[in-house]
Structures are given as C-alpha cells and as structure tokens.
Design a protein around this ligand. Sequence first.
Ligand code: SF4
Length: 546
Amino acid sequence: MSTARELPTAEEFKNEVLEVYPPKIAKKRAKQIIINKIENEDEVPQIMANTRTIPGIITMRGCAYAGCKGVVLGPTRDILQITHGPIGCGFYSWLTRRNQTKPETDADVNYMTYAMSTDLQEDEVIFGGEKKLKAAIDEAVALFHPKAIGIFATCPVGLIGDDVHAVARAMEEKYPDINIFGFSCEGYKGVSQSAGHHVANNKVFTDVVGLDDSFSKPGKFKFNILGEYNIGGDAFEIERIVKDCGLTLHSTFSGNSTYQEFSSAHNVDLNVVMCHRSINYLAEMMDVKYGIPWFKVNFVGVEATSKSLRKIAQFYQDEALLKQTEEVIAREVEEVEKIRLDVKSRCEGKTAVLYVGGSRAHHYQELLKEIGIDIISAGYEFAHRDDYEGRKVMPSIVVDADSRNIEELHVEADEKRFKPRISPEEKAKREAEGFAFSDYNGMMPDMPASTLIIDDCNHYELEELLDRYHPDLVCAGVKEKYVVQKRGIPMKQLHSYDYMGPFAGYKGAINFYKEIDRLLNCNAFKFTKAPWDESPELSATYSVNE
Ligand code: SF4
C-alpha cells in the first residue's frame, strides 16, 4: 500500500543496509548498491557487476548449467538435449521456465516434453561417466534418431574430468548423419548463469549456425530474434505481430525454434536482440562472420513494442512495409489503450521493485510505467556492467579470472559468405541520423535519479527493502516469491510467470495489466500475516561456544 509513511532516502537505505556487514563485505556491496544519477550523454554512476557472490550470502543467482541448458538451449524443439550429470540438474532445468513450442504438424518431433539425463551415480563419479554418456546417446539415437544432440556438462562431470567433447566427436563418427556437440557448462563455471549463456552462444555459433546455406523462408524482409525464449507464449505473440506487419521471422533464438532454423539463420538480413545479456555474443559474431547487422529491441510494453516494430521497418526502408507497420500499430494500440487507462485508474501511484534476469528488470519497467506504477528499485541477478550502464562501457570492463574462464572466440569474416547487408557508408549515414546499430543503452539511463540499483541483491537486502519501503508489488523469481508473499505483498514471478502469459507484445500487455490489477487490487494479500510477526523467530547458539 502506498501511504504517506516517511520513507528513507536512497542514501539512508544504503548506509543502514551496509552497516551490518563486516567492513570488507560492506566495501564490496557498496559498489553494487548504487544510487542512480543521470548526467550528460546518459552518463550514469559505475556499478560493480558480474563478480562472485560473497560466500554465506543468500544469492538469487543460478548456475552456468542452468544458463546454458535451462535458458538458451532449453526452448529449442528438436535438438535432443542430454544432461550429463545427476538427475536433479536435469529435472530442475526441465520446463521450469514454461517455454512453449508449436510443431507445425502432429508428425513433427518435439523433445521439449522429455527430460533426458545420464543420471550419474556414485560408481560413475569414481570410475568415470563417459561410458554411460555414450550408452545414453546410443539409446537416444535408437529411440528418436534426432538431427542433433546437445550434451550438457554439470558440476560433477567437470570435477571427475569426463570429456563431453571427445564423446561427442566419437559418437558423431558412429552416427555421421547426426550433429552431436557438447557444452562445457559445468554449474560452477563463471559467477552465475551468465557464463552458461556465453558457453551456449559459442557452441551454437561454431557447431550449428551456418551449416545450411539453402533453407530460407518465403518473404522479402527476413530477420531473426535473438534472446526471446517463448515463456508463456511470448514468442507466439511477437510472431503474430511481425507477420501482420509483413515481416518474415526466420528463427527465434530459441523460443519455438528448430534445428533447421538455427542452422540457416545466417541467410537473413537482420538480427534483433531482445535479451541483451544472454545472447549479444551471437549477434556480434554473426555480424563479424556474415555481415548481418543487429540492434536491440524490446517487445515488452506497448510503447516499446511499437518503437521496435518501427525500427525494424525503418531498417528495410520500404514504404509499403512502413505503412503496413503503422496500420498494425494503430490497430493494436487502440485495443490496448482502453484497458490500459482503466487499469491505470486503479494502479496509478503504486510502487514496485524488480530483481530479475539480465534484461527483464529493465523491460518490465515499461509495462509497469504504462499503468502508472513507480519503480523504487531494480537490479539484475546475473547482468554485466553494460546491461546497467550501456555498451559504451564495455571497453573499460576489467576481464577477471572468472570471465577468462569462458572462451572468447576469435571470429573473422567468412571468406565466401560474408556479405554486408548494408554498406559501411550507409551504416555510418544512418548512425549519424540517430539509428543505433550494435548498441544497448542499459537500464540505468532509463531509470529516475535517486532510485536504488542493486546488483546481485540478496535475501537480507530484499527484506530490508520490503520493511523500509513497503512496495505494493515485487517482481522477481521463485526463490524470493514466498518471502515476499508471506509478508502480504503481491509478487509477480517474472522468470516463468508461474502461470499466464504471454506478456510480450500488445495482447501480452493486456494480460499483464490485468494480472497486476488483480494482484494489487484484490483483498487476499491484506489478510496475510507473516508467521514471524505473530510468533518469535527460532534462535540458536553454537554448541561449541557453550
Ligand atoms: S550447480 Fe552444478 S550440481 Fe547444481 S544444478 Fe548446476 S550443474 Fe547441477
């Protein structure tokens, strides 16, 4: 509830939160809790990001395996995915993000409904698991004979030294018509799931993209969307809109995607990037190797969707396409506007905090602002400085041991297939006119001054935020959900949405407005009393001290 309660300033909050930490930890967290300030040319304060979580702090982050298999590759439909590791890694990365897919016919394969794992046991941890992995591939081929198999390494596999790449090569010799590739995405690699995204990008780029020069979808204006994972049907809604505009969506990396779409993705003229953090590497590499330009889009929020559609249409500089795009925007916005204004009348002035993803905490601010909700604080779990401050800071990002752990591919223009889709002169001309390529301005320049930006927010800091600011809404992940709800604060899970969707595009905006309206204006949360408010918390002492 928003009331006239005296709320701490961002400075007061930061100082009080840091007070409880030991000095060394407080010093580090001080660089990750930033009070926003925007100066000339969108200059914002520097934030420390993509560094290790301090042991003992309850982080909201996931592991590299989750980023590689769970996020980037998980939503693909017909790449058979085998988790080489204990069953828990495989099971808990299986469909937890509610990715959807739609095979074109009933005869088309769909492996998303299967969780496949080598189910590593003690024996394999001691004597090695490669034999079991080969047996799993034999079994998968006998059952499904897929076009491609991805093998995902987990922590124990890295610790015992199983070589998933050697197994992939050996099994590819045995089954030459199947593309078999491994991902070194052991959970402990890097500081968060972000490392797994990078590993996934690299392997998809070297082993899949560019294999099929012949396949192409019909249409004049072909493009790929990178970093859209079709959670709750988001990609379906985006596909609907872009098709109406007259565009051809060749491949979505990776929501509702196929192996064929990936392997022929270099045959398009444009890449647009939704989730900058998880897939900007692939966009960059495709630009260098094939000459496909990219720019950032956002299909979350009505204004953002319209802006993104216009930018894509402007790229092709085709009058008919521009006209058709404007007609679609006018038609869709008219439908959304009535609902938006109605919902806004009940939500205006409410407050929210967001801790999610490496792009979502930025994207979803659009939808919240559209219904009059103010953002008190936002942050990412696994972002890098460029996601906060913009890509302009990339040259100044210090490469540490953890980042060095992830291979940085050296990419060159393909001798035969490099074809700049627009000439360097034309690109420079458009950039001079304000059309940004290969760029992302980051979240902080879009947020008001004096708001709190918190990287890798932990449970203690989140609880302090809730106690001191009493936000009306929290948008975060499943690990934070119950802590928030038990306090009687509505919580929208933005990793998988828990239920509902799509929230992208125009119809998605309507769904989101209605969902937030229901959450903020229903009485249920007012009756919720946190158990720790009524009964004392458990306390204990260390027996060694007695
Ligand atoms: S951290 Fe390691 S063991 Fe845990 S889910 Fe990730 S890969 Fe599996």
